[in-house]
Write a protein that binds this ligand. Structure first.
Ligand SMILES: [Zn+2]
Length: 89
């Protein structure tokens, strides 16, 4: 059995790492200001006054057109491998 380092046992360390990971995920995503739901990838979100983000389901409650609308994109967009044409030597 491993000896606890800095007073943390193995289950405590696992729990702390999980807590940090979940916190990092939650920090990088936008949620609807009305219902608190995180919009799904591909769903349209609408921005009203002062960058208030509203999901498609809550849009009807705001009335009037939004300032802008965007499609929710996957977090890995732009990080995939792209095929490139190698220049002739
Ligand atoms: Zn909503």
């Amino acid at each position: 059995m491993l000896r606890p380092v800095f007073g943390l046992s193995e289950p405590d360390l696992e729990r702390e790492l999980l807590r940090k990971g979940v916190g990092a995920l939650a920090a990088g995503r936008a949620s609807c200001s009305d219902c608190g739901r995180t919009p799904l990838v591909g769903e349209r979100v609408h921005f009203f006054d002062h960058d208030v983000v509203v999901c498609e389901l809550c849009r009807a409650g705001h009335g009037g057109p939004p300032e802008r609308s965007e499609e929710v994109r996957h977090s890995e967009r732009g990080h995939t491998v792209r095929l490139r044409v190698r220049p002739a030597a």
